[in-house]
Design a protein around this ligand. Structure first.
Ligand SMILES: [Zn+2]
Length: 161
């Protein structure tokens, strides 16, 4: 992971619904991983996540989840149809970790790949299940400046429910 001191650290605001849904989905999938896409909008350097949408991966295991692109597009289209707020769109990716582990090297590499093809910040939230059953949202952000992709830790703030 590289850090870029010249720019403001990005922040992620996780709506209460998003935190609850992500935690519930992570727990329901145990002992496997699950995941999908983050929806919301950008507010300056803050990524506002209004909800987490599940995208099914039948082959997900205890250490892997792979997000299918076509299925994700369908889930996103469906969500946008049902949401009155037209500012809501794709802002990133999420998946769960059945153990309290932060985003892995593989996770950060695939985040970098996604970041290479967009001008927007791409957020990643890992919902990590702790030994006591509590779920911690751990974030990373990918940003592209020209040809350089920067991956940073993302401070996750969640709204009180
Ligand atoms: Zn992971």
């Amino acid at each position: 992971m590289t850090t870029d001191d010249e720019t403001v650290a990005p922040r992620l605001q996780l709506a209460a619904t998003a935190l609850i849904n992500g935690s519930d989905l992570a727990l329901a999938a145990l002992p496997r991983e699950t995941g999908g896409i983050l929806v919301g909008w950008y507010d300056g350097d803050t990524v506002v996540v209004t909800d987490v949408l599940p995208v099914l991966d039948k082959r997900a295991g205890g250490h892997h989840y792979s997000r299918n692109h076509k299925r994700a597009q369908r889930v996103l289209n469906q969500h946008r149809k049902q949401t009155a707020d037209k500012n809501v769109g794709y802002v990133g990716e999420w998946h769960s970790h059945p153990a309290p582990h932060p985003p892995s090297r593989v996770d950060l590499d695939s985040l970098a790949e996604l970041t290479e093809v967009t001008d927007q910040t791409v957020a990643l939230v890992v919902f990590a299940v702790n030994a006591d059953g509590a779920v911690s949202p751990l974030g990373a952000a990918g940003r592209r400046h020209g040809r350089t992709v920067t991956i940073q830790e993302l401070v996750v703030e969640s709204e009180p429910s």
